[in-house]
Design a protein around this ligand. Sequence first.
Ligand SMILES: Cc1cc2nc3c(=O)[nH]c(=O)nc-3n(C[C@H](O)[C@H](O)[C@H](O)COP(=O)(O)O)c2cc1C
Length: 201
Amino acid sequence: MRKTAPVKYDIHSLLLERWSPRAFSSKEIPVDKLQRIFEASRWAPSSSNDQEWRYIIGFKGDETFQKIFNTLTEFNQLWAGEAPVLVLASAETISPKTGKAGTIALYDVGQSVAILTVQAEAEGLFVHQMAGFDKDKIREYFELPDSVEPLTVFTIGTYGDPSKLHPNLQRLEKSDRVRNNFDTFVFRNKYGEPTDLFNSP
Ligand SMILES: Cc1cc2nc3c(=O)[nH]c(=O)nc-3n(C[C@H](O)[C@H](O)[C@H](O)COP(=O)(O)O)c2cc1C
């Protein structure tokens, strides 16, 4: 199913077509596609090239997948278990250069995941990120060091059958894609003051 973004200005088709479905098929993902997806994530920019992203990947049927699945909220468990792959994205928050903990790692991991989602789109696959999981449980299950912050869990897979989704989720699956207007997030002169950049078509 396509949910092309209703953009004001034309953008690359990979960005136009990327969206976060909940109807996943359980079909296995070819290894080479996964390799390229994580290759893309590896080439994300990061502060001081610190590359703080840390992933744990589970494949449907294995123990890692089941552990990640067990940490999901009830809502996310309604749909995410169908996907063939579940991944935990976390951040090493201690800088290898200064030895100090910081928050820039969180930003860098977000960039790595964002790039990964675009490569997934290029591979004909979908990614759906989730903040709805139990961080304490995931820390315990995977023995995360204190310096590692679990951030999101995401599915990777091909599109499935939306008619198999829980009725409430079917509605969400078909809902319009919406975004805030430019004047709410691109400013000029001072915070909150819109620019006229987007007045022309
Ligand atoms: C960090 C993050 C956390 C999210 N958490 C959840 C979640 O727990 N459950 C869920 O169903 N969707 C979750 N989403 C998906 C968002 O709802 C979705 O990206 C947003 O509505 C925009 O839709 P789009 O990705 O299709 O453009 C999350 C997305 C991000 C980036």
